[in-house]
Ligand binder design. Structure first.
Ligand SMILES: NC(=O)C1=CN([C@@H]2O[C@H](COP(=O)(O)OP(=O)(O)OC[C@H]3O[C@@H](n4cnc5c(N)ncnc54)[C@H](OP(=O)(O)O)[C@@H]3O)[C@@H](O)[C@H]2O)C=CC1
Ligand SMILES: O=C1O[C@H](COP(=O)(O)O)[C@@H](O)[C@H](O)[C@H]1O
Length: 481
């Protein structure tokens, strides 16, 4: 049965404004919302419905996929309501249910926890305290689920007590991105990639998730979170496990998740004394002056890591990952760097041949571009055209998003995932084990970091992050691509 309403806790937050309402507007334009579907945003500010709708209008104008249409927006916004509630006041949830009753909303609701994880427990308690309908409702819960392993496990127990597991949608919006969904097709439907997707042919894998924006209006949330909980433990680990997983038995959601979970189980522990060779944390210059950020904050806004997967396929292949805010650009890509051929290695060892031998050795790259451009670039060596024997680099670039039709046909991630939840399709949502295992790994890494390093490097805004991140990869004789 379809849902009657979406209740957004955190309805005045960056996520709601920048991503959820534009996605809901797009769904409305494509006629994918139920008739008489209500969207109720909850926050602690004193807004009327009209105030709220007029704020949302600007965000929809700037961030929706479909062109803004005043007439359509006016109709769409009639389904949007604002409700003021302080999450910590458990008695206030009684009034929330009264409000639902007034709106004739008694079942088939989706609650969206678009808030910092510190509130998940209170909201669940508040909702459970005054009504039994929670067990029948769907819950979309944002990442990070908890702030570490213990808090995540505790939250899981609370969820187990009040909710039905099949109704919990652990959202990781990276799983709804077009090119992430494409990785499995690229890998498993092309012998030229599938046949070489292992340590015999691949030298290293790099995952870059750069953001040019800072914490903007979200200092309060971000300062308690940091880049590890905000991006690494969830988004980047999802990407890593999709790139690295063995071929699933079938392409069912359950088999794919099993294959991903196998990767989480095989992440190699890092020796405490080596931690500085594996992880670098940074903070952008000026971060501590951001609104709602502690002026003495030691929260990281950048993290770079080297990760090994101890299975047959990936033995000794490093995965280098990095993400950060206020960097030089907004860009996300996966770089698969292949090993040099035996011939190139021989040339390198004996130092003969024309051209930059090191460069030639490195020119074997498959780049999967996730955003802003979506596509693939293959970089390889060719003979320089003409009479010389020099070797040159060639790039074969396939830009999927440059084709207007592809863009029109591809829903953005929140649009895709909200629709999936409304259709009770959990395929593109995480499983609890994924969350638990990734926290387990990161907990240990962070304990070691705090004990044996605890360094935090300040980097310039608009740069590529702290120079120390070069060392993680440079020490291995490689460089970031
Ligand atoms: N922003 C993004 O791009 C993305 C965010 N997320 C996730 O979404 C979640 C929220 O992030 P984001 O929207 O950016 O954070 P914000 O800080 O922008 O928003 C937090 C929201 O929670 C509300 N809030 C905070 N404390 C209370 C309280 N005690 N009672 C009632 N309301 C309260 C705020 O209300 P008020 O307006 O009154 O402060 C606001 O609506 C996080 O878990 C984040 O990881 C996930 C993907 C993308
Ligand atoms: O989950 C989050 O993601 C956004 C980045 O999302 P993208 O789709 O624009 O790549 C990030 O800005 C935010 O800090 C984080 O909470």
């Amino acid at each position: 049965m379809k849902n009657n309403a979406l209740i957004i806790f955190g309805g005045t937050g960056d996520l709601a404004y920048r991503k959820l309402f534009p996605a809901l507007y797009d769904l409305y334009i494509f006629d994918k919302l139920e008739k008489n579907f209500y969207i109720i945003g909850i926050g602690r500010r004193d807004y009327t419905n009209e105030d709220y709708r007029s704020i949302i209008k600007d965000w929809v104008k700037n961030f929706s996929r479909r062109a803004y249409d005043e007439e359509k927006f006016e109709k769409f916004c009639l389904s949007i309501f604002y409700y003021k509630l302080h999450f910590m006041e458990l008695e206030e949830y009684k009034n929330l249910y009264n409000y639902f009753n007034e709106m004739n909303l008694s079942n088939n609701l989706i609650y969206y926890y678009a808030v910092s994880p510190e509130f998940f427990e209170h909201i669940t308690d508040g909702l459970a305290k005054h009504s039994d309908i929670l067990k029948e409702s769907k819950i979309i819960v944002e990442k990070p689920f908890g702030k570490d392993l213990e808090s995540a496990q505790r939250l899981n127990l609370i969820f187990k007590k009040y909710l039905d597991y099949k109704n919990i949608y652990y959202i990781d919006h990276y799983l709804g991105k077009e090119m992430l969904l494409n990785i499995m097709t690229i890998r498993f439907f092309n012998t030229m990639f599938n046949g070489v997707w292992n340590n015999e042919f691949i030298d290293n894998v790099q995952i870059n998730v750069f953001e040019s924006i800072g914490v903007e209006t979200r200092g309060g949330y971000y300062d308690k979170s940091g880049a590890i909980a905000d991006m690494l433990q969830n988004h980047i680990f999802q990407i890593l496990s999709i790139v690295a997983m063995n071929e699933p038995d079938t392409f069912s959601s359950s088999d794919i998740k099993d294959a991903q979970i196998d990767i989480f189980k095989k992440l190699r522990k890092i020796n405490s004394k080596d931690i500085d060779d594996y992880m670098v944390l940074g903070q952008y210059d000026g971060y501590t002056k951001e609104k709602n950020v502690n002026p003495n904050s030691k929260t990281e806004t950048y993290v770079a890591m080297k990760i090994f997967i101890d299975n047959e396929r990936w033995k000794d292949v490093p995965f280098y990952v990095r993400t950060g805010k206020k960097l030089h650009s907004r860009e996300m890509s996966i770089i698969i760097q292949f090993k040099p051929t035996t011939h190139t290695s021989k040339m390198l060892a004996q130092n003969y041949g024309n051209g930059d031998l090191q460069q030639i050795a490195e020119n074997n790259i498959l780049e999967i571009k996730i955003q802003p451009e979506e596509g693939i670039n293959l970089r390889f060596n060719i003979k320089k055209p003409g009479t010389s024997d020099d070797i040159d680099v060639a790039n074969l670039n396939y830009c999927q998003s440059c084709d207007a039709q592809n863009s029109i046909n591809s829903p953005w991630s929140y649009e895709r995932l909200l629709e999936a939840c409304m259709n009770s399709n959990r395929t593109l949502f995480s499983r609890w084990e994924q969350i638990e295992l990734s926290w387990k790994y990161m907990n240990e890494v962070m304990d070691n970091y705090r004990k044996y390093s605890n360094k935090l490097y300040v980097y310039e805004q608009g740069s590529k992050g702290p120079a120390q991140a070069e060392k993680i990869i440079g020490k291995d004789g490689r460089k970031w691509i």
